[in-house]
Design a protein around this ligand. Structure first.
Ligand code: LR7
Ligand code: MN
Length: 604
């Protein structure tokens, strides 16, 4: 062979080798990420709620959150006690600096996967990041000058409850508080150990906090309290004028505290949360979230982030960096005047372990005269996990739905019945709840009703009301039901509407609300949408997408001819008898296929 040819051949072989190795590398990585989450998919029904996606503007949005299986034996299977008890904190210079992702080399994947199970985040990555890693300053310039004057601001106690938290995440939370808060605003830090069983969270933690520049105490409970009672333990011991709660895996950015305390200093009935940014559970990269989201909840009372409505954006045009009211808070990160916290009934002590307390507090504050707010100038990162690492004594369903049943029974009036009707798991626990004391509290504080809350705090809500239609929208000729899109058995957020067999039992995906303004909406703040007349398509398919109050989401029901007329296009909603064809809009022609019945379903 001539030397030239041989070289070409060698080069070709080398080239293919590189490709093959590359593919193998990508394949193993993907496989690993699938594997290390595999047991997170055990309880699918609860997990369907988590949608973590990049929206069209490229903003990372977390719609809700996962709750995975909670069985300890599954959770920590194959992980030795020794490994769980070992503190492997091993910071490397500049890893994760400025909120950048940590990349674990392939040789460590095996151990990384194992360690991931302990806390349900990438513990190995966390353990390589310094406790005082740098983070970007996300504040708008206006924020910096707005909060430069600290005089007269109240001091706060920062309360962090934890159950078996990792050393590196817990202490990065603590150090970020110390490093990024004005000293004169910090009274103290209180860590509440909710019956953790890790060795490194005992003496080593006590020793570590002795040397901090802010007085820091560790309170310990010998029995599992759950996060609600653990926070109460901390609150009772706090000496600051304001209580600031943080989850045990947060990182505060510069300027986070001032906006919270400033608002409360002005009016003690304001309860204020930061914007909650995302610390990635795999890489620990820090991603700023969209400031203009607020918190609400769906028909199952699961917490949701929703884009701010056009109404509020318009109202806020002239003071965009001021805190704004939100129907609900996420629950883990907020500041509240201490006296007000106790006057208002602190927490419902009958709530167990995890869940529901954020809605309970949100309803209570709003209905009893205060406000829940988000301060857009304040940014704190939180590790969002795909599943929960803890044990839930008694079962997660029992605990969560028991807590939610209490929220509904005490605060939601007629809408409690709506909740129980569509959530049999909560219905089952309804009679077990003793809520007399909380109802008396509501009486004593002379709190307003849930209807007032819906009308005034969240006018854009998608719950039923007496002045709205609620029920099924039935295609007359085929007797099938209009429905939210589903994929692989789960509802999806955006997609073509469906017309399918009406379910004999109440099915949330087939329930719609139609308001007086002609908005047809369903759970998760989704609305029936079709493009307006300018579209090039003759028969545009009808979609379900995030409600936005635009004319393309308005409809009119013609009671005489049973037509659903799309206002912006003047066309009629139509379906065929084929299952695979989504409903569409077409020129109104009195064809039977355009006839729909509004089938009212009683909801209270
Ligand atoms: O039994 C327990 N004892 C505890 O001390 C269970 C938990 N905890 C601690 C735990 O260590 C952590 O510090 O309580 C804190 C919250 O638990 P997480 O981090 O498992 O909860 P989460 O972040 O999944 O859930 C959110 O909803 C909870 C409902 O009860 C709480 O309100 C959390 O504080 C809340 N977290 C946030 O609001 C952060 C932003 C998430 C969003 C959206
Ligand atoms: Mn958390």
């Amino acid at each position: 062979m001539r030397p030239r040819l041989r070289r070409t051949r060698l080069l070709t072989i080398a080239f293919f080798l590189v490709i093959v190795i590359g593919f193998f590398f990508i394949w193993t990585r993907n496989n690993l990420t699938i594997n290390d989450h595999s047991d997170d998919y055990v309880s699918l029904r609860l997990q369907k709620d988590q949608k973590d996606y990049i929206d069209r503007k490229g903003v990372h949005v977390i719609v809700g959150r996962f709750m995975g299986d909670s069985i300890d034996s599954v959770n920590t299977a194959n992980i030795s006690k020794e490994l769980i008890n070992k503190n492997m904190f091993d910071p490397r210079p500049f890893e994760g600096k400025n909120g950048e992702p940590v990349i674990i080399p392939p040789k460590d994947y095996n151990q990384m996967t194992q360690l991931y199970r302990i806390n349900r985040f990438n513990l190995m990555a966390s353990d390589r990041i310094a406790l005082n890693r740098s983070l970007p300053d996300f504040r708008k310039r206006k924020c910096i000058s707005r909060y430069s004057d600290l005089s007269g601001l109240p001091k706060t106690s920062v309360i962090i409850v934890f159950h078996n938290e990792a050393w590196s995440t817990l202490l990065r939370t603590v150090h970020s508080v110390i490093n990024r808060s004005p000293r004169e605003l910090l009274q103290e830090i209180i860590l509440v150990d909710d019956d953790s069983d890790r060795d490194f969270l005992r003496e080593p933690l006590d020793e570590h906090v002795k040397n901090l520049s802010i007085p820091t105490r560790v309170l310990r409970s010998r029995e599992r309290l759950g996060l609600i009672k653990a926070r109460l333990l901390g609150a009772n011991e706090a000496r600051g004028k304001v209580l600031t709660f943080l989850d045990a895996h947060c990182e505060c950015t510069v300027g986070w505290l001032e906006p919270l305390l400033e608002a409360i200093g002005k009016n003690k009935t304001r309860v204020v949360s930061p914007v909650i940014d995302i610390i990635n559970d795999d890489t620990f990269s820090y991603t700023k979230t969209f400031e203009l989201h607020w918190g609400a909840f769906n028909w199952e009372l699961h917490f949701r982030w929703l884009a701010l409505t056009r109404r509020l954006l318009k109202e806020r045009r002239d003071y965009s960096i001021e805190p704004f009211g939100t129907p609900a808070m996420a629950g883990g990160l907020f500041s509240m005047n201490k006296d007000y916290f106790f006057e208002l009934g602190s927490y419902d002590e009958e709530m167990r372990i995890w869940g529901g307390e954020n809605l309970e507090l949100s309803f209570r504050v709003w209905q009893c005269g205060g406000s829940i707010e988000i301060a857009p100038c304040s940014h704190v990162g939180h590790i969002f996990r795909k599943s929960s690492p803890y044990t839930f004594p008694g079962g997660i369903g029992e605990i969560l739905y028991g807590n939610l049943a209490r929220v509904a029974l005490v605060w939601m009036d007629d809408w409690a019945n709506f909740f129980f009707k569509f959530n049999p798991e909560a219905e089952r626990l309804r009679d077990k709840q003793q809520v007399r004391a909380r109802l008396m509290l509501r009486e004593k504080l002379k709190c307003k009703g849930f209807e007032w809350y819906l009308d005034n705090v969240w006018p854009e809500h998608f719950f039923p009301k007496d002045d709205r239609f609620f029920g099924r929208i039935i295609h007359e000729p085929t007797e099938r039901c209009l429905m939210r899109p589903i994929s692989r058995g789960f509802y999806i957020q955006t997609g073509y509407a469906v017309v399918d067999v009406c379910s004999p039992r109440l099915l949330l995906g087939q329930m719609f609300v139609m308001t007086k303004n002609g908005i047809i909406m369903t759970d998760e703040s989704l609305c029936l949408y079709a493009p307006d007349h300018e579209t090039s398509q003759k028969q545009p398919k009808v979609k379900v997408m995030a409600c936005n109050d635009m004319p393309t989401q308005k409809w009119k029901y013609d009671y005489k001819n049973n037509l659903l007329i799309h206002t912006a296009s003047g066309m009629c909603l139509q379906a065929t008898d084929e299952f695979d064809v989504p409903p569409f809009i077409a020129p109104c022609n009195k064809n039977d296929n355009q006839r729909w019945l509004l089938d009212t379903v009683p909801w209270k």
